[in-house]
Design a protein around this ligand. Sequence first.
Ligand code: ARG
Length: 475
Amino acid sequence: MSLKSRKNPSKATKASSGSKKSWQGRLSADADAATAELVASLDIDRALWRYDIVGSIAHARMLSEQKLLSRPEFKRIHDGLLKIAADIESGRLEMPIELEDIHMVIEKALTDRIGQAGAKLHTGRSRNDQVAVDLRLWARDAVDGLIGKIAGVQRALVTLAEAQGKVVMPAYTHLQRAQPIVAGHALLAYAEMLQRDADRLADARARINVCPLGCGAVAGTSLPIDRARTAELLGFPKFARNSIDATSDRDFLAELCFCCAMLGVHLSRWAEDWIIYSSTEFALIELHDAYCTSSSMMPQKKNPDTLELIRGKSASVIGSLVGMLTLLKALPLAYNRDLQDDKRFVFNSVTTMEQALTVSAGLVATSRLREEKISAGIDEGYLDATSLAEYLVGKGVAFRQAHHIVGELVSRAERSGKTLSELPMEILRSACGKIGADVAGYLGAANVVKRYASDGAAGAGQLRKQLAYWKRKLA
Ligand code: ARG
């Protein structure tokens, strides 16, 4: 069976038909209803059902190879689990919450269906290593899914940068006009952030990809299991060295939460920029109607709600990271039931970012830069002041002096309502005698952008190089 789909139609129910627990040999009293609800995690961990079944099949196969199960017993378990998978997929499997979690639901269904062989499945295994292996299998797929979706947003950014990226727009620092740039350079800044997020996920994947199965409850088992075999069957390149650590380690989930939080923060920065840029005041970008909403009262409104929600979702993933770390803080060795709540946080982190990335890709793909508006306002705000200072440096003026000279010229130009290139030559020359007619090539945003010479700068040549890089990388 495939691990790929994480959708999960069966619902946890309150039905109590024959849900006798596996440990009822030890405990005599049943939990009251409120306690049963507290203890149950079925509503959340049923999302792990595919991974649980795949993990159990690998475990059973290894048990049969180790002669802890007979071949016919293994076959009954294997076929029974596949039938249960089909029933969960179609929403037919009952999931009474008294059974607590998805592991018990599946094991109970198996034992009900195939009898004694089902009761042998848990040999040499505990729910502690079982849930750890399920989570690692889930997290591995989650990482791969997120990396794929990140690439989708990056591709949309590259496509937009290629189509419209040469238009000259202002770069901002402190949200004030700073220096002119080709617009594609700003678009690809987000591609860089997202690439670090993808790389971080890939790094985290290496630590996720370690098999805890066979570590049992905390100390392993006296039975002759083969941990290398289950690791191999589940596609893990190695298995965990220490059973105590492996059954209680959730670093890999905290790390995944951090990756999602950082990604959420990056998306929130992009969303904030585009919310500002799409306003009438900035008018740098036009969002497609499909990603906007209107107002119930003001008929003219076109609101960037999608971007606002993406910006807002960062709160949720930051919260999940804090929740996950707080859950782990000061936990004694080894497994403690607190860990059951890990899923609440990490599932939220991943599903929130999956949704945000899907919508972001569509949003970028359908947006367009408002080239006419951008160009019309580009020579306001003295974006060429730094270029003029660098012109003076070329004439042998020390940069600090050049900075001072240009500062005075800007102040003068501002008083007379002119741009730097509109200042008469005698005024320029009275500020610094080294200014000559060649200064014209340094003034005006379009000229400035042509002069950028350093690697990674905001000119058209550097943009061409970056585009070539990203197209190769994302191909
Ligand atoms: N549902 C539990 C969890 O997610 C499974 C492990 C239960 N183990 C235990 N010793 N009670 O953590």
